[in-house]
Design a protein. Structure first.
Length: 222
């Protein structure tokens, strides 16, 4: 399956979604920083499966209804940064759906994730990621899990990778950096953590109106 993750940068890149989905033949699209009340019900052949309701800038997941059937959904709130407490951009930082793969007759969980911004410490984001993976493990009951999104974690990924492995997951980066707006903060912000998936490739796609570049994850259920 092909999964896109894209931080829309305060909804600015919304108009790119249809061309992006069609050019990559994506099966699932996970969004961050979307104004969820303004999202279309369809993006090309993809349908809006679920979205957060309480975030100023929220999360959403689109998928192909002819390939997948939704079984259950879940939103997860994580420990707040000072930025969250003052500006309140995101109450829910994980949006997950359990899907049934119709062709393969298998179930799995896919999640869109958005970590606290760079004003927070890496230690807080590590705690958020660990908590998100713990919650998804409990909710999935042993099913494969793929969490993609904006991890806001440009440096010291060796430490993060160790924490992710301790949680039973694998961390996979894209082929090139995904954030280029500020010289001293450029790096891999958008990537994937997974269990039960064989991720053959994560490609950074061309930059559009967002300060993040979208990524395309090519994965297969193990």
């Amino acid at each position: 399956m092909k999964v896109i993750s894209y931080n829309l940068n305060k909804h600015k890149a919304l108009g790119e979604l249809q061309a992006l989905a069609e050019s990559t033949t994506a099966d699932i699209v996970c969004l961050q920083e979307a104004v969820t009340g303004e999202l279309p019900e369809r993006v090309g052949t993809l349908e809006l499966g679920l979205r957060t309701e309480h975030n100023r800038l929220g999360l959403a997941i689109y998928f192909r209804r002819n390939l997948f059937r939704p079984l259950a959904t879940r939103t997860i709130s994580l420990k707040k940064s000072l930025h969250d407490r003052v500006l309140k951009p995101a109450e829910e930082r994980v949006l997950a759906v359990r899907l049934h793969d119709i062709d393969n007759n298998r179930n799995f969980v896919v999640a869109s994730f958005h970590a606290a911004p760079l004003t927070a410490l890496n230690s807080l984001r590590r705690k958020q990621i660990a908590a998100a993976l713990t919650e998804l493990t409990q909710a999935s009951s042993g099913l494969p899990v793929l969490m993609v999104g904006d991890y806001n974690y440009p440096v010291f990924k060796e430490n993060l990778g160790q924490k992710v492995r301790e949680a039973g997951y694998e961390l996979t980066l894209s082929d090139t950096r995904t954030y280029t707006r500020y010289k001293f903060f450029r790096g891999h912000y958008d990537f994937a953590t997974s269990v039960g998936f064989d991720i053959s490739d994560i490609t950074t796609l061309p930059q559009g109106r967002s300060d993040h570049l979208p990524i395309l994850v090519t994965a297969e259920l193990i």
